[in-house]
Design a protein. Structure first.
Length: 297
């Protein structure tokens, strides 16, 4: 290891470190997530300080400890945007901040320790299951639990004066508001569109929307004809809804954070009459199974 050929720049990329250590890139991500290797996410991607990596390797060679203590997770809810969850976080005054940029982004950031929980709705088309396949593939998830938040109806959102499509295969001539790559909605839409024979390359696309509300609001103001959205959001904007699928929205939660004040305050609020009334009047939601454990690391 002492003869490893380090690149002549200050930081190493994931690929460079993997090549240096003769590991797969996935293993490098796992080492970074567990705090076992010095790394930085200051630029939004993983970088490894070359000098600290040298020290880390020499320490391992000499029999010293090779892992740094894991830093505390910040009180941030990551992952997919859900209007009911967003409302509950605010109303509960639990102290959680939110960073919603899609299910896959949330899962990756959770693995990297950037938040205490992540909202996910990731469909496995081969098994026709939700979320468990995605989280169980990550070897770095060792102290986390996946619990159900709600089941939600998702489908086509259109204006009342528009022509109602019968299904996904009927939107080829309509202008669509897409969701960002890496979101659970985008991945689900692409899988279902392929199943139904919809030519994704021929679609007329509006600007990408990064939240459920942003996508539906674009249809309401006429920037597009249709989006693949939630029933509750569609009706809150006075739009029509054509159901396509019922999905499971789950929370991946750090085990230690589960018992701390922010998550406990949020979970307690989700048992109140105020929450149940909001869920009841938010069309397309079923929260009867809220808190059911779906997977345990």
């Amino acid at each position: 290891m002492s003869e490893l050929d380090f690149p002549d720049h200050e930081y190493l990329t994931v690929k460079e470190l993997a090549e240096l250590l003769r590991l797969k890139e996935r293993k490098v991500y796992d080492l970074a997530a567990s705090g076992a290797v010095p790394c930085s996410r200051a630029t939004g991607k993983l970088l490894f300080p070359a000098n600290e990596i040298r020290d880390w390797i020499e320490q391992a060679q000499s029999g010293g400890g090779s892992a740094r203590p894991a830093e505390p997770r910040p009180p941030i809810m990551l992952g997919s945007h859900d209007p009911l969850l967003d409302w509950a976080i605010r109303q509960s005054r639990c102290g959680l901040a939110t960073f919603h940029d899609g299910s896959l982004d949330g899962l990756q950031r959770f693995v990297a320790g950037e938040g205490v929980a992540a909202g996910l709705h990731l469909h496995d088309p081969m098994r026709d299951t939700w979320n468990v396949s995605a989280v169980s593939k990550s070897a770095a998830l060792q102290d986390a639990v996946l619990v159900l938040f709600a089941k939600r109806r998702r489908g086509l959102v259109i204006r009342p004066d528009g022509r109602a499509p019968a299904g996904l295969s009927d939107i080829a001539c309509l202008r669509l508001v897409p969701r960002q790559a890496g979101s659970g909605t985008d991945r689900l839409f692409r899988n279902l569109a392929t199943r139904d024979g919809l030519d994704l390359g021929a679609l007329d696309l509006a600007d990408v929307a990064r939240t459920e509300d942003e996508a539906v609001e674009a249809v309401r103001r006429g920037a597009a004809d249709v989006t693949f959205g939630l029933e509750g959001v569609a009706h809150s904007y006075g739009l029509e809804f054509v159901p396509v699928i019922e999905e499971e929205f789950a929370l991946l939660v750090d085990r230690k954070a589960w018992f701390e004040t922010p998550m406990q305050s949020l979970l307690a609020f989700c048992q109140t009459d105020a929450f149940h009334e909001r869920a009841r009047t938010q069309d397309g939601y079923d929260t009867q199974g809220l808190g059911t454990v779906l997977w345990n690391a």
